[in-house]
Design a protein around this ligand. Structure first.
Ligand SMILES: *Cc1c(COP(=O)(O)O)cnc(C)c1O
Length: 378
């Protein structure tokens, strides 16, 4: 029996985080209740090169607010990539609109601009692009499709804090961008999220909707409309600020971990890892292996065999249209790149706690299992 388990995801927490959270729980009350929100939001907006930032309880809530602020509702269509976490698309259902599933790029796994172009309709109100596994989507090409059509673009940068493209940070693209600080994400607040925009009107709409329909600054508790209750605690904001101040260090660590895998798996042509587009810098949230079908081992078999050795993994995202949750949504489905990749894709352990030895151990197990054609059920 393996006693040690190698985790697929997990954070780096230091004395800095503990000090900030301790200070928040000690001091951030009464007139100082919002000091950490203000610092975290200002620092995050500055980091991403945005005018406004709003700290939230999750990225799911940030996406919900983004759609509400853009006025997306019943009868509207929102284009999302097939390959992403369900949180990208679920808020489309919350507001009564219809998700339309686009294909992804074979190299970067991010939404394919030509697929977006093919799916535009008079009902398309927005496109949500996802910076998958830390690769920033091709926004130059996406905007060439969305801008002439007058369709709003939302950047789901949940997996990409610290990534870059064309000299801009993840979170700098689209009318609104969103982040997740869930415990599995590189920058974490335990649970949490952020909404960013340069647009004053969109920020105001989101501010009203996040606080039970109160006007910003309302001290009369006089609600103008029915809204949501989406707020982050000051302890979470303090944790986020400490993590943001360490983000360059966290990304350097993620890139080092990816480099170790690249070294260990070099020369295995049947296994391909994350691809960085020219001019971009991946945050490598999840080191992801795509197995060649010629190996005769699929992702599920590799995952099962790795788990027997105490190695945690995740499947490459199932295409959203393949999920029972979306069984009533029309889709192009089979034949898409997203459907080709999913059965052969595995997220390898990418936690910030990994050591060089862990990566050597995982990589040799991957080589051995993939190259011997062993199946999980043996
Ligand atoms: C994690 C994630 C989300 C949701 O984040 P929560 O903070 O858990 O709501 C949304 N989109 C993507 C692409 C994610 O990876």
């Amino acid at each position: 029996m393996m006693s040690k388990r190698i985790p697929v995801a997990g954070p780096s927490i230091t004395e800095k985080e503990i000090a900030y959270v301790t200070d928040a729980v000690t001091r951030a009350w009464y007139a100082d209740a919002n000091i950490y929100h203000q610092r975290f939001e200002r620092a995050f907006a500055e980091y991403a090169g945005r005018k406004h930032a709003m700290a939230l309880p999750s990225c799911t809530s940030a996406l919900h607010l983004a759609l509400l602020a853009l006025g997306v509702g019943p009868g509207d269509e929102v284009i999302v990539p097939e390959s992403t976490w369900i949180a990208t698309a679920a808020p489309i259902i919350y507001v009564g609109a219809t998700p339309v599933f686009a294909d992804v790029d074979r190299a970067t796994w991010c939404i394919a601009p030509d697929s977006v172009a093919a799916l535009l309709s008079p009902a398309t109100k927005a496109v949500i692009a996802v910076d998958l596994y830390g690769n920033v989507a091709n926004y130059d090409a996406i905007l060439k499709v969305t801008e002439p059509a007058g369709v709003a673009l939302i950047e789901d940068a949940a997996q990409a804090a610290g990534a870059e493209r064309g000299g801009k940070k993840a979170g700098a693209f689209g009318a609104i961008s969103v982040f997740s600080f869930h415990g599995s994400k590189t920058l974490t607040t335990g649970e949490g999220g952020m909404l960013l925009t340069d647009d004053d009107a969109l920020f105001r709409r989101a501010s009203i909707q996040r606080d039970h329909g109160r006007m910003p600054g309302d001290t009369n508790f006089f609600n103008q409309e029915i809204g949501q209750k989406y707020k982050m605690s000051s302890m979470q904001a303090a944790l986020g600020l400490a993590q943001l101040e360490r983000l360059d260090e966290l990304i350097a660590r993620k890139r080092e971990i990816f480099g170790w895998y690249r070294e260990e798996l070099a020369g295995v042509n049947e296994i391909s890892l994350n691809v960085e587009d020219p001019g971009s810098r991946s945050a490598y949230w999840m080191v992801t292996a795509i197995l060649s079908p010629s190996l005769g081992v699929d992702g599920a078999a590799l995952r099962g065999a790795l788990l027997e050795r105490g190695i945690e993994t995740r499947p490459f995202f199932h295409p959203l249209s393949s999920l029972p949750a979306f069984s009533n949504v029309a889709t192009v489905g089979k034949g898409m790149v997203a459907y080709e990749l999913a059965p052969f894709g595995v997220n390898l352990p990418s936690a910030l706690s990994l050591t060089r030895d862990d990566v050597r151990f995982v990589s040799s197990a991957v080589r051995e299992i993939a190259l011997s054609g062993v199946t999980a059920g043996r």
